[in-house]
Design a protein around this ligand. Structure first.
Ligand code: THU
Length: 138
């Protein structure tokens, strides 16, 4: 056991590698800020996403939500971890909308933020969005 979600020792490295490949596919001509994400499903699959920007800037979708949308479309709804990577000098945390999207699926999801220079910070989705609005509030 390496953390409260029991994702295993090598899993963060595998997720980071997958997130890096996805980051290289990002469509970020406006910000130049490329982001990759790799989700671990409870069935052990890794599903990736990258940010996809648009000339109508507000139509941009972040890497984390791209990964979630791809995973759901492929039939997955249970996730134990996500790794987010960018080329920034410090680990990039998910934005607010992405935090809301992650918590929808699992407040205990491990969120590994690892920059390409190897710096890393790990949180749970719940840590990143305390007092969240969830289905329980409906
Ligand atoms: N971005 C992500 O992909 N994930 C985040 O959590 C933060 C921001 C993207 C959106 C946009 O394409 C670029 O990074 C700059 O904000």
């Amino acid at each position: 056991m390496t953390n409260k979600n029991s994702i295993g020792k090598e899993t963060p490295n595998r997720l980071f590698a997958a997130a890096t490949t996805a980051m290289e596919n990002a469509h970020a001509p406006y910000s130049g800020f490329t982001v990759g994400a790799a989700l671990l499903t409870d069935s052990g699959d890794i599903i990736t996403g990258c940010n996809v920007e648009n000339a109508s800037y507000g139509a941009t979708i972040c890497a984390e939500r791209t990964a979630i949308a791809a995973a759901v479309a492929q039939g997955h709804k249970s996730f134990s971890a996500i790794c987010v990577t960018t080329t920034a000098a410090t680990p990039t945390p998910p934005c607010g909308i992405c935090r809301q999207t992650l918590i929808e699926f699992n407040p205990n999801m491990t969120v590994i933020c690892r920059s390409q220079n190897g710096k890393e910070k790990t949180y749970s989705a719940g840590d990143l969005l305390p007092h969240a609005f969830t289905a329980d509030d409906l």
